[in-house]
Design a protein around this ligand. Sequence first.
Ligand code: NDP
Ligand code: 2IT
Length: 459
Amino acid sequence: MSDNKMPEDSAVSVSTHSQHFMEQLTARNPGEIEFHQAVREVVQSVMPVIRSTPAYQESGILQRLVEPERVITFRVPWIDDQGDVQVNRGFRVEMNSAIGPYKGGLRFHPTVNLGVLKFLAFEQVFKNSLTTLSMGGGKGGSNFDPKGKSDNEVMRFCQSFMTELFRHIGPDVDIPAGDIGVGGREIGYMFGQYKRLANRFVGVLTGKGMEYGGSLMRPEATGYGAVYFAQEMLSTNNDSVKGKTAVISGSGNVAQYTAEKLIELGAKVVTFSDSAGTIVDKNGIDREKLEWVMQLKNVRRGRISEYAEKFKGVEYMPGMKPWTIKCDLAFPSATQNEIELEDAKSLIENGCMCVSEGANMPTSPEGVETFLKAKILYGPGKAANAGGVAVSGLEMAQNRGFLHWPREEVDGRLQQIMHSIHENCVRYGKEGSHVNYVHGANVAGFVKVANAMLQQGVV
Ligand code: NDP
Ligand code: 2IT
């Protein structure tokens, strides 16, 4: 018997099996705390399914799911504007390709390390499975910090990063995209370098510019999708986002387009944030103010505190997150574990009825527990933010067919996909009259990948 199997004993409870599995996982992957956290949540959801399906146990599905198929780490040397040599570390975690080529974003942020990317790649496997498209899971990035760097420095970094990564990726192999710190500018520089090295114009990255194979609606997709998912959840109570007050964290890609869709659908958005603090605009952030934020963050690359200097009646809360502000809806759209126990409690006490996660794993386990106990509508990231990678999948489909679909077509497909993700969560997550979307998303995402792995043998 392998060292990661438990003896067969029906008296051994599901939770003992989960605990035993997690002990071995943490011992094998020391210090990778975000990875442990992401795996623990999935294991808690899927262990009953595994225990009741002998084929899953016999073929070691769970043991194989938590071991990346391949991890690449590499040196990324580049020269800054002063002429000094800088060295960063690059990664690509190719987690699972049972249902399609590896697919997932690249994150450039000083906090990036192997544990963070393994958690993101692991989540991506289930998320991509939920989209209904054929995409495996991967994630990559670097501890490079684009903040305060000139365009030329970012270009030189991206070119050096791709000079190694290009040999590991390809349109049938692994198709990266953006994430924190990687937007249209970085994708452009990386695409240019890939094309130059490979001498091939192919859809090897998604989130490309419209002029060279990008899809309409990809920039909007994650934020719009998170709002569509909130609408789906609210519709189970015959409710909608119209007239509701919403708080959003972050002020990057996901936050901006979450705000745009909420404003369009008649909600009142009152916050944005960044890693330095939160702005609270009780009058509501309207289209014009949002346009100003987009210029600030995407063109001038400024800080959100400037919003409070620009507009009247706005409070800036340095060092604070938005979760103490009274709201009906919350859209965490910045980073992992940004909603801790106290934040979750404060949201519930203030009457928040729906949380739709644009970010990946933004709620700590204690926070998740708080939302589940309160039985609010809580859509975890792997379901609620899947619109981004789903439209990446649609970008790949368009690239294959040399096509460029109109905006309405992509948006229609995105809405359809978010609807089917919601249906799947309900199917696997219904607990009486309540839907446990965490459980639903984990089990629904798992079953498709597990069955594909079963059919493909022990690889
Ligand atoms: P951006 O880089 O565009 O924006 C990130 C935002 O989050 C910024 O406002 C940033 O503030 C803030 N932020 C980042 N790290 C921290 C931190 N440690 N503490 C506080 N604030 C922080 O990234 P995206 O909008 O693309 O990504 C946001 C989240 O959405 C991430 O969790 C990402 O994984 C997830 N996501 C993104 C998708 C996409 O398509 N882009 C798809 C699905 C999920 P500051 O400027 O101060 O760093
Ligand atoms: O976390 C995510 O789903 C993303 N950053 C988007 C991945 C993608 O391939 O579009």
